[in-house]
Design a protein around this ligand. Structure first.
Ligand SMILES: C[S@@+](CC[C@H](N)C(=O)[O-])C[C@H]1O[C@@H](n2cnc3c(N)ncnc32)[C@H](O)[C@@H]1O
Length: 343
């Protein structure tokens, strides 16, 4: 069993997109840092400004764990952490105009040409981000890389509805009152330049971009109240399923579902199926657990790792049941909670 993790908020706990008032137990301005790494910026900001609620979003698991421990040690009630990739997580975590400020300090610059598609601060992400910022709310972004600086600058140039309070400067070397982050201190000590952008959501942003982003948010797979499960009856043979396992995948629209590996569970004779749902470039990986039941088999999501509880998971389980029945035709569906997802 996972230990209690009071400072980590997963998508499953935020059943209502943007339900942060319930998480913090109050209504307060909300600020987000993306990619906090090992940097204490957000811990210090939360301690200094108790009237604001802060969220840190980071895709590195180890850094998230370390950050959780630090929030606990600091005894902060106005700071939470989310484990996830920004482009995927932001429209699932926040409502339109919900954020008062976003910080992105020293995002990975991806200097190699073939990796530049991974750069976060492109036009697609900026539009998504500013949709979730309130009118007049701020983005603060810093980089040490002249190439990334020019990339950010070009991305922003194409979005004139985002206002530049620093004009006529595009970026500055320092933002008054803004503390230096861990990376920034390292770069400055090495004599490297640092470039800070400051931008706000202007009044023309809504008319230019809100429609497009709202439509995108509507396509996000529906969140579900329960975890899917299926009970199959008939002669189940887990040993031969394990021995004969071959990776299997199928596509439904823009989503690819994969079974990549079979493992024997520590809870013998259960099997774990390593599973992957790939949607819009995002990989959600987890395990399904197959456990024998008197004259049958139970298929459910294993508790090994939390998975985004949405309708894709239900479609996935329905496909896995089809796959199981092809392998062991004696199995029949006895019970399930996949109504609307089973053929
Ligand atoms: C270069 S480090 C900067 C760390 C810190 N902000 C600082 O200034 O010291 C970039 C951090 O952003 C995280 N990161 C990069 N892209 C991300 C994304 N798309 N979503 C969430 N986190 C991301 C990385 O894991 C890493 O911890």
């Amino acid at each position: 069993m996972e230990p209690q993790r009071p400072f980590l908020v997963s998508l499953n706990e935020l059943h209502d997109r943007g339900g942060w008032d319930a998480v913090f137990g109050r209504q307060a301005p909300l600020e987000l840092e993306i990619g906090f790494g090992w940097d204490p910026f957000l811990i210090e900001a939360a301690a200094r400004r108790p009237d604001t609620d802060f969220i840190g979003l980071e895709y590195d698991r180890q850094r998230v764990r370390e950050f959780e421990a630090r929030i606990g040690h600091a005894g902060l009630t106005n700071l939470r952490v989310c484990h996830g990739e920004a482009l995927h997580a932001i429209p699932r975590l926040f409502g339109r105009g919900q954020l008062q400020r976003v910080y992105i300090h020293f995002p990975d610059p991806w200097p190699k040409k073939r990796h530049q598609k991974n750069r976060l601060l492109g036009p697609r992400f900026l539009k998504l981000l500013f949709y979730h910022l309130a009118d007049g709310a701020e983005l603060i972004a810093g980089t040490d890389s002249p190439e990334y600086r020019d990339f950010i600058s070009a991305s922003l140039f194409g979005l004139p509805e985002i206002v530049n309070p620093l004009a006529p400067h595009d970026w500055v070397d320092r933002l008054p009152g803004h503390p230096a982050t861990k990376f920034e201190k390292i770069f400055r000590a090495q004599g490297k330049p640092v470039f800070y952008f400051l931008r706000t959501r202007g009044p023309a942003f809504a008319a230019a971009h809100d429609g497009e982003i709202a439509a995108l948010c509507q396509r996000i797979p529906r969140r579900m109240d329960t975890m899917p499960h299926v009970v199959l009856s008939g002669p189940a043979d887990l040993a031969s399923l394990f021995q004969d396992f071959q990776p299997h995948q199928w596509r439904e629209g823009n989503v690819v579902f994969k079974l990549t590996e079979a493992w024997r569970s520590a809870r013998q004779p259960n099997l774990l199926l390593e599973s992957l749902i790939v949607e819009d470039g995002h990989d959600e990986w987890f395990y399904l657990e197959l456990s024998p039941k008197s004259k049958g088999l139970v298929v459910k999501v294993a508790l090994v790792r939390e998975v985004d509880r949405n309708e894709l998971l239900f479609r996935f389980l329905a496909g896995v049941v089809r796959w199981l029945q092809q392998r062991q035709p004696g199995l029949a569906v006895a019970r399930h909670n996949l109504a609307g997802f089973m053929d």
